[in-house]
Design a protein around this ligand. Structure first.
Ligand code: ZN
Length: 378
């Protein structure tokens, strides 16, 4: 394993690791952790996610007896992430070709790995460190959701997976997915339209009635997909609509789910016809699936204070931020492990213009080193 942060980062991004194909990068990281004197375990999460390797859990023994400090990042990248050719220009690393760069999340991996290497060189009495490098984060946090939590001893740490340098994300919304199936009544569109109930029309009316977009300062709702109908000469009997609701407030999340479900049911009932003196009406079948809980860490929590203090000591301007998306940190939090999310310096992620400044990576490296140092002293 090389000593230089940038060389190491460049090495990592050149190993393809689109979601479900993290084996090669996991093997490289495993080798490097063994060099650092750590022990590496893999779980079997890939058997549920369909990937070629499980989550990587590593234990770097400390020189002092203390609860371990966790650092977490994900090994997978979004597409197109094959054959990444990183280039450095004016102190900025980006990808030369038609791919993403993969700083999301290999910047985080490189920063913590080199931080551990540097700490070891400084001959400090450092605390035990645990590393969790997950799989399939980018396709719905599948690695963290299926992680074997018995492999981890840590109760707190940091997730290295957000953009702005110095950023400490302590809150992120919960996410529920919803799906509604509207059923109407099939009939010939030309000869018998009066005996039909058009499910697409029901869906359209219902969607017009539910809130959409930002509901309040901590809640959003989105309709993402609509599917239904068939040949144009048949009154459509079925339409399926899918969407999501996010909120930092679990009460509002629940209220919004109830509201949306009620509106769908109500609108369906309003679409009725009489056939042979019998009333036939549309139906709405509403299903909700919890995706993940919210992340809600107290700004005064020790783990947050440690990040702030370490930032100050390295001259890094920190900010306490609220995230809008979900990440592995939500799932860890759900499983009793508190990990604020630290900025790693990555920019324009999930696009071909993804880039990262060398300067920002180095500052984050200093930050992580200082966190380990101060934690070990406390
Ligand atoms: Zn990420």
């Amino acid at each position: 394993m090389c000593d230089d942060l940038i060389d190491y980062f460049i090495e990592l991004v050149q190993i393809d690791s689109e979601s479900k194909d993290e084996l090669k990068v996991a093997q490289k990281i495993e080798k490097d952790i063994l060099e650092l004197g750590g022990a590496v375990l893999f779980d079997e999460a890939h058997k549920k996610t369909g990937g070629n390797v499980g989550n990587l859990v590593a234990k770097i023994p400390g020189k002092i007896d203390k609860e371990p400090l966790l650092f977490c990042a994900h090994m997978d990248t979004v597409v197109p992430g094959k054959g990444i050719k990183p280039i450095i220009k004016d102190g900025i690393i980006s990808s030369e070709s038609e791919t993403i760069l993969g700083s999301d999340d290999k910047a985080g991996i490189a920063e913590v790995m080199i931080a551990i290497k540097n700490i070891q060189k400084k001959n400090l009495d450092y605390a035990p460190i645990e590393l969790l490098f997950t799989i399939s984060e980018e396709i719905g946090l599948r690695g963290a959701i299926n992680l074997d939590y018995s492999l981890l001893d840590s109760k707190f740490g940091y997730s290295l997976d957000s953009s702005n340098i110095g950023s400490i994300t302590t809150r992120a919304p919960a996410l529920d997915e919803w799906k509604v199936t509207f059923k109407g009544r099939e009939a010939h569109a030309g000869m018998d339209p009066d005996r039909g109930i058009n499910a697409i029309k029901v869906a359209a009316d219902a969607l017009n009635r539910i809130p959409q977009g930002r509901i309040d300062h901590e809640t959003t709702i989105n309709t993402g997909k609509i599917n239904g109908g068939g040949p144009h000469n048949i009154v459509a009997s079925k339409a399926v609509v899918e969407g999501e609701i996010r909120s930092h407030n679990l009460d509002t999340l629940q209220e919004t789910k109830n509201l949306v479900g009620d509106i769908f049911t109500q609108v369906a009932k309003e679409h009725k016809i009489k056939i042979n003196n019998k009333t036939v009406m549309a139906t709405a079948e509403f299903a909700i699936e919890k995706n993940f809980s919210n992340l809600e860490i107290d700004d005064d929590a020790e783990i947050v204070k440690l990040a702030k203090e370490s930032a100050k000591e390295t001259g890094l301007q920190y900010s306490i931020d609220i995230g809008g998306g979900g990440s592995d940190a939500n799932i860890l939090y759900d499983n009793g492990i508190v990990t604020p999310i630290l900025g790693t310096g990555m920019n324009n992620v999930h696009s071909k213009s993804e880039n990262i400044k060398i300067k920002d990576m180095q500052k984050t490296l200093d930050w992580i080193e200082k966190i380990i140092e101060l934690y070990s002293k406390k």
